[in-house]
Design a binder for this molecule. Structure first.
Ligand SMILES: C[S@@+](CC[C@H](N)C(=O)[O-])C[C@H]1O[C@@H](n2cnc3c(N)ncnc32)[C@H](O)[C@@H]1O
Length: 206
């Protein structure tokens, strides 16, 4: 792998600097990146009054799409990359000014007080970067209302990634969600190129 490619791949977990800008561009224009977020939002079945949290929003496209769906609700985003926070803030400036979107430069491990619980939570190709996935999911569950839905999407992107990688990733996420107390956990296959992804959904018990 070329050194530039290696540098870019490493950056996906916390984009910074010039290479981070290339990562932001890839996340913005690559069709499968856009599609996997759109498919995740469709599976979440966002309702107009929903409060939605996106963890690891990257450049912020899905925040805007979610805000259009939660037209009478609110969309909150957190990302620990200051660069992604700034890019998402620029992209969603109008919705932020209207109070329909709110962004925090924060880690899923140390979330701010959001003031009210969420009905829907999504994280797209983010869970794989968490050091202690179970502990983080337990913290995420605390900011959700009983009966709320979480969707964790994973598309393997390493060279030579296969459907089997996606399937195994989905099984691991499903196991993590069950361990964190989520119920009705199910794995949906996302038809994507160059390789399919998975969206794993779970419901916080009432
Ligand atoms: C591969 S990018 C995906 C971005 C976006 N969800 C998408 O699919 O286009 C992963 C994003 O998650 C963020 N991220 C990773 N771990 C995080 C954590 N623990 N807390 C907050 N953000 C995190 C990174 O900064 C990056 O913006």
């Amino acid at each position: 792998m070329s050194s530039l490619r290696t540098a870019i791949v490493k950056q996906f977990g916390n984009p910074t600097g010039v290479v981070g800008r290339i990562v932001g561009l890839i996340l913005t224009v690559r069709p499968s990146n856009r599609e996997r977020s759109q498919k995740t939002l469709a599976l979440l079945d966002i309702q107009p009054a929903d409060r939605v949290l996106e963890i690891g929003h990257g450049p912020g496209l899905a925040l805007g799409w979610a805000a259009a769906l939660a037209s009478a609700g609110k969309v909150v985003g957190i990302d620990h990359s200051l660069l992604m926070h700034r890019q998402a803030a620029r992209r969603n400036a109008q919705a932020i000014a209207q109070g329909r979107v709110e962004l925090f430069a924060a880690s899923a491990n140390a979330m701010p007080d959001f003031g009210a619980p969420f009905d829907k939570v999504l994280a797209v190709n983010v869970h794989l970067f968490w050091n202690d996935r179970l502990a983080t999911l337990v913290k995420v569950a605390r900011v959700m209302r009983p009966g709320a839905t979480i969707a964790l999407t994973f598309q393997p992107r390493q060279p030579g990634a296969t459907e089997q990688d996606a399937f195994e990733g989905g099984e691991r996420i499903a196991a993590d969600l069950r361990s964190a107390g989520f119920q009705s956990v199910r794995v949906e296959i996302l038809k994507l190129r160059p390789v399919n992804g998975v969206c794993v959904l779970g419901i916080l018990p009432e």
